[in-house]
Write a protein that binds this ligand. Structure first.
Ligand code: BES
Ligand code: ZN
Length: 456
């Protein structure tokens, strides 16, 4: 066993304890009540870099801080930029957690907590792998730069600005992100495509206050009825999005890619069982993997209107609102979707209501080249860490900064996910398999070795 692997073995238990410390900080970026917690998480991450004697700074933004760090310079060696996020999604619905979201708990080899896999646990693997190098070899074999941000789960708006302003500081040969998943337990993967996103809120206002639905129903437009109709008009019976021009820029999935996806051992029955559904549905003419990974979609994310308390209340609500988003594929532009959506909704708006459309975050989708020495290095490192070569997949989630990095720095990203599809990200009982945590650290430690041997 190499010195490095030995170090990982000897210190694995401490790595878990440290991760638990970070998981105890409720760094929910979307909730202003948690602003101080988000900062506390940033400071915790920064202390990790300080203890490795990496040059590090907490960069203030208009929102939550960015942690930036650099390992000591190794002249002539390649430079890797590691990106991760220390912020997490809100933990609700709280009642459905088997153990509290910010009290990390181990059950059957899995660590349960909000952020366990997305992204505190995965991000941390790249810090611990660096520690192993520093403590066993005295130094890393290459240059590492880290950006660990606190606004990924709310769209990374301030990070875009930071990247734009710091091209020189962020110069690198390749970017590494672990914030995705493996294909299945025992089958690691490299993700070569992510979806983009365009996120909106539609607010409808009718009468100046809630009304008796018997006395006034049938006389004025009910905002909740109208909202339901407008939302249902966003897609047709074939699951196709009806926003004008929506498919104009969609790149069709090539035959070769469809064939490659079909070869993956995807068990639809198991998938349905895992989700507790009796059918899979979506855009006609595409398989489940194709729809999840390479076709654009539309989903309502939240609905609010009328009486939601106990029992029945006969009310005609004064207001109704919905949050909804489109997942986009590469080449679709979020701004273009927003431009076409507003007039479409105005046309659908019935008389007697006012509407407001709020545009939240947007990001384009990405695909990264499969043929590169960095991909080959990552494959080797994953094989060393996980004991099996990775398969190549796309995923339906979004990491907004990946397209920003490509656009502003001209550098591609390796998406090396250590999570599992059933890790319950953004849901109750989020978890991270501890064995995957340790395999991830090992793969990361090997990745630094593999990349260091590549010519610049
Ligand atoms: N880690 C996810 C992205 C992800 C999830 C990639 C699953 C691949 C598979 C990330 O933290 C995330 O959830 N991003 C948000 C971005 C959004 C708020 C702009 C997402 O996809 O909803
Ligand atoms: Zn994430």
């Amino acid at each position: 066993m190499s010195k490095l692997d030995q170090y990982l073995d000897q210190h694995g238990a401490r790595f878990e304890q440290e991760l638990c410390e970070l998981l105890r900080i409720p760094s929910v970026s979307a909730m202003s009540d948690h602003k101080q917690d988000v900062r506390a998480a940033a400071e915790w991450v920064m202390r990790q870099f300080q203890s490795l004697k990496f040059k590090s700074e907490l960069i203030e933004t208009a929102g939550h801080p960015i942690v930036y760090a650099e390992s000591p310079q190794v002249a002539g060696a390649p430079t890797v930029l590691v990106y991760g996020h220390y912020d997490v999604q809100p933990p609700d619905p709280l009642g459905e957690w088997l153990s509290p979201p910010f009290e990390p708990t181990v059950r059957e080899g899995n660590l349960y907590a909000r952020g366990a896999t997305d992204d505190k646990g995965q991000m941390f693997t790249h810090i611990k792998s660096a520690e192993a190098w520093v403590k066993t070899a005295g130094a890393l074999p290459l240059n590492l730069k880290y950006i660990i941000e606190g606004e990924e789960e709310v769209g990374s708006a301030n990070l875009d600005h930071f990247v734009d302003q710091h091209h020189d500081q962020l110069a690198c040969d390749i970017i590494v992100i672990s914030d995705t998943s493996q294909f299945a337990p025992g089958q690691p993967a490299i993700t070569y495509g992510l979806k983009g996103i365009a996120y909106f809120e539609l607010r409808l206002t009718g009468p100046s206050q809630d009304l008796h639905s018997g006395v006034f129903g049938g006389a004025v437009t009910n905002p909740a009825n109208a909202l339901a109709k407008m939302l249902s008009a966003l897609t047709n019976d074939k699951g196709q999005v009806q926003v004008p021009g929506f498919y104009d820029d969609v790149i069709p999935i090539s035959d070769a890619e469809r064939a490659a996806m079909k070869k993956l051992p995807f068990d639809e029955r198991e998938f349905m069982q895992q989700l507790g559904v009796e059918a899979v549905t979506g855009e006609a003419g595409y398989t489940t993997l194709e729809r999840r990974w390479a076709r654009p979609t539309c989903d309502v994310n939240g609905l609010t209107s009328g009486y939601q308390g106990e029992g029945a209340k006969t009310v005609l609500p004064a207001r109704a609102s919905a949050k909804f988003s489109f997942r986009l594929v590469p080449n679709q532009q979020p701004d273009k979707v927003a431009k076409a959506l507003e007039p479409m909704l105005r046309k659908l708006l019935p008389p007697g209501l006012k509407m407001e459309l709020i545009s939240f975050h947007g990001a384009p989708g990405v695909v990264v080249p499969l043929e590169s020495p960095y991909m080959a290095a990552a494959s080797k490192a994953i094989e060393a860490g996980f004991g099996r070569a990775p398969v190549f997949i796309r995923e339906g989630g979004s990491i907004p900064v990946v397209s920003t990095f490509h656009e502003k720095l001209g550098v591609d990203t390796l998406l090396l996910g250590w999570g599992q599809n059933d890790d319950n990200t953004h849901s109750p009982n989020e978890k991270f398999c501890l064995a995957d945590f340790h395999r991830g650290i090992k793969a990361s430690a090997h990745l630094w070795q593999e990349i260091s041997t590549l010519k610049k």
